[in-house]
Ligand binder design. Structure first.
Ligand SMILES: *[C@@H]1O[C@H](CO)[C@@H](O)[C@H](O)[C@H]1NC(C)=O
Length: 458
């Protein structure tokens, strides 16, 4: 018995619900019919044609899809919220069961012809009408619509990878001037509540403002538009890890090359390898950036400076190699070079062994084996030869010519030895000069490397 009562109560409740829904439907249908019967969605929704339609514009930034530096295309997913009053979609709520809001599809009623006018994507920058609009009995229409927009963005890569970009999106009507439809921004920045972060760029901020342009066609009619500015900061970790750190590595390696003795042929090959690696890195970099000559990216400048530095190191290595192997017969080191390199620069770079042994007077340094034929030793030998000759001349005239020949031979040998020693000495002087040049180049390279790195990193 109880079960049956409960069942009948349920049936009654269900019927009431159904009827209510049916009556609701019955109320909405005449409302829709009444409103849309003589409605022309191509006409501005005003009773008096002199009235300006006020369009309130609000926008939420959903996602920064990408910024293509090569094509200068900025793609974003936006949620647009547009509000206006449609004087032809007003009704008396008490005449329609108290219904205060109704929904229509955006293709059924008048919607503003709003376009992204700096559009660069495939379409024409229009809003595809996919969502419904809600209308209140006062005729206030709210249209919320998502859209993927591609706008032309002037990309300035001069600071890359420390660059900041500002991309603009400009929405305006192609059809209505300011007198027919006026645009107003509801807030000064974009709503970021539903924002999804981008991997490449960080959104540093956004601005929304109204702009009025006077085009040459219609100088009396201001053409209103809404401009959105999105400020982007590049996430630079990727470039620092993949580009900057290897380049710094190569700078350090280039410096380390000076530690290899210049005589061993290894150094030339080593520096050339460093140079080649840098060129490869630069090639990788240039494929990622716009081929513009108006502004060079900072990373590109850094690479170019590094390549120039490594090239100079290479040239210096060649010079040092040439100095350490002077051509024969060698010429003595010019006096000013000797003074500059072996005295001032040697003491400046703390090469005390060279600076001490090479006083500014420029007297020849004792080379290996020089002690055999030292200046004093040489005269001594010549003296001995002469004395012996005189003694022998007095005692034994027969051997005189023989001894004379021996003496001249000894003198020849002595002179030859002296020449060899002089050559060796000159050669060692050139080698020392090469060492000083090498050391100076090492310090200069170290300073240049640090300056280049600091200028780039700061
Ligand atoms: C709305 O309709 C009711 C009932 O027909 C009427 O009394 C009222 O005056 C109307 N209101 C307006 C603003 O027309």
């Amino acid at each position: 018995m109880e079960v049956r009562t409960r069942l009948s109560v349920t049936v009654v409740v269900m019927c009431v619900c159904c009827l209510q829904g049916l009556f609701g439907q019955f109320a909405v249908q005449p409302l829709r019919k009444a409103l849309l019967e003589n409605y022309d969605k191509r006409l501005r929704p005003v009773r008096d044609q002199a009235t300006t339609v006020r369009l309130d514009f609000d926008v939420a930034l959903r996602q920064v899809v990408g910024l293509e530096e090569l094509d200068q295309i900025f793609t974003t997913l936006l949620w647009l919220r547009l509000y206006w009053t449609d004087e032809l979609l007003q009704w008396n709520a008490s005449q329609y069961d108290g219904i205060t809001t109704a929904t229509f599809h955006s293709t059924e009623v008048w919607t503003p012809d709003l376009f992204l006018i700096n559009n660069i994507g495939g379409g024409s920058g229009d809003l595809s009408r996919v969502t419904d609009v809600t209308v209140t009995s006062e005729g206030r229409v709210a249209w919320r619509q998502p859209g993927l927009f591609s706008s032309a963005c002037e990309v300035d890569v001069s600071g890359f990878p420390y660059d900041k970009q500002t991309c603009k999106l400009e929405f305006s009507s192609w059809l209505y001037g300011g007198a027919q439809m006026d645009l107003f921004n509801m807030s000064t920045s974009m709503d970021m509540t539903a924002f999804t972060p981008n991997d490449q760029f960080e959104v540093a901020g956004s601005e929304v403002w109204k702009k009025e342009t006077y085009y040459s066609c219609c100088p009396d009619d201001p053409w209103p538009s809404i401009e959105l500015h999105v400020h982007l900061t590049r996430r630079r970790l990727f470039y620092i890890i993949n580009m900057v750190v290897p380049c710094l590595d190569l700078l350090v390696l280039n410096l380390a090359a000076f530690y290899i003795p210049p005589d061993s042929g290894e150094r030339l090959g080593f520096t050339i390898t460093v140079l080649l690696s840098l060129v490869v890195f630069q090639q990788l970099l240039t494929t990622q950036l716009p081929a513009t000559s108006t502004s060079t990216p900072m990373l590109g400048k850094f690479f170019t400076a590094t390549i120039v530095l490594v090239t100079i190191s290479l040239l210096i290595t060649i010079l040092v190699l040439r100095l350490s192997h002077p051509s024969h017969p060698s010429r003595p080191l010019p006096r000013w070079i000797r003074l500059l390199l072996l005295h001032y620069m040697a003491s400046f770079f703390c090469m005390s062994n060279i600076a001490k042994e090479r006083p500014s007077s420029g007297t020849p340094r004792d080379g290996r084996g020089t002690h055999l034929l030292h200046d004093n030793g040489d005269t001594e030998m010549k003296d001995i030869g002469r004395d012996t000759l005189q003694e022998i001349a007095l005692t034994d005239a027969a051997n005189r010519s023989l001894l004379h020949r021996i003496s001249s031979k000894v003198e020849n040998i002595s002179a030859h030895l002296q020449r060899m020693v002089d050559d060796e000495e000159e050669e060692s002087e050139w080698k020392m000069a090469a060492l000083v040049v090498d050391r100076a180049a090492m310090w200069a390279t170290a300073v240049a490397s640090i300056v280049i790195s600091l200028v780039f990193l700061l």
